[in-house]
Structure formats: C-alpha cells, structure tokens
Design a protein around this ligand. Sequence first.
Ligand SMILES: [Zn+2]
Length: 92
Amino acid sequence: MTGDMTTERRCDFCHTEDDNLGELYVHGKYAAHYKCMLYSSGLYQVDESEQDDTFDDFGGGFATGLVIKEIKRGKRLVIIILKPFLYMCITI
Ligand SMILES: [Zn+2]
C-alpha cells in the first residue's frame, strides 16, 4: 500500500471512518457515510427517475443541499450497531 491521502476523510455525521456505515461519499469539504445519510431524520433519497438536470447528487441519491444543511445543523448522529444489519440511530 502506498500513501493514499483520500483515506483521511471522516464522516461529518458520525465523525468516524467506520466502513460498516457504507460508502463514504466526499463532496467538496463535506463527507458522509451512506448509512449516516440514510438514517438521518432530515434526509431522504431521491429516486433516479425523479432527479432532473439540476439535481446535485451528494452520493447515493441524496441531494447535496439537504445533506450540507443537515451537517450544518450540527446534530451528531450516532449509529449503534446492535447486530449486523440491525442498527439503532440517535441524535445527540
Ligand atoms: Zn458516518
């Protein structure tokens, strides 16, 4: 393995680099796990068929504007992994 600078990014929701939380999407200075966005109360996925030319995909079908708004809200999403495929999410 050679040095890879991109692995330094941490998710802006859970502040970890936990691979169990899905792919880490990086958009500009923001980064978010797929599952952190999926379980964030203020976020929803936009179906590909509903995305128009102006839709800015943060990753995984989440609108960039909404993701950044949610990150800026300063909520810290904690995802507790109870078992594989069984998660509990709380915001603190
Ligand atoms: Zn995360």
